[in-house]
Design a protein around this ligand. Sequence first.
Ligand SMILES: [Fe+2]
Ligand SMILES: [Fe+2]
Length: 191
Amino acid sequence: MDATTARTRLIRGLQLAYSGEWGAVHAYLGHRAALRHGSDRQLIVDILKDEILHRRIVLRMLEALGAEPDPKRERKMRRIGRTIGCLCRIGGWYLPMYGAARLESANIVEYEDLARLAWFADREGDIDELLHLAEVEWDHEHWLRARAATRWLWRFSPRWAVPDPRPTIRERFETFRAAPKPPAERKPGLR
Ligand SMILES: [Fe+2]
Ligand SMILES: [Fe+2]
């Protein structure tokens, strides 16, 4: 893949990630409101803070590329995030926790793909930060799944592929560096 194509794909991917984080912020605001004070609520607050920080980081990357967020995507993801946030208030304890873990699992690979696109686009300086974003999304999936798994409903819930151990995020990137291959186009998830 040439650098120009990679740059175009990187910008689009960052726009999707930026708005995905917006959706996540709204969903977690609803999730937070649905929880009583305690360790579960604190977990959601911590994740919420991460997602807000992620938006800032991604925005900085977009601006450095001379691009800006996609307003249409922003509106769409805010709508989706708010809907999920409202559902959290009626979904009891389990469904929001399970759903959030499941959504987070898709975000890990999305940031890994963006790191690969950054490599093709000669944005070496963004790679480490994008891999770190993937690692933090890994943490989110891990924490939320661990909470959901404490409930009996977990035994009857459909599962997703458990992400490989956290260090494999960096290992996969080094493997990619040795034999670079453009990432496949994927459907964006929620952060
Ligand atoms: Fe995030
Ligand atoms: Fe997340």
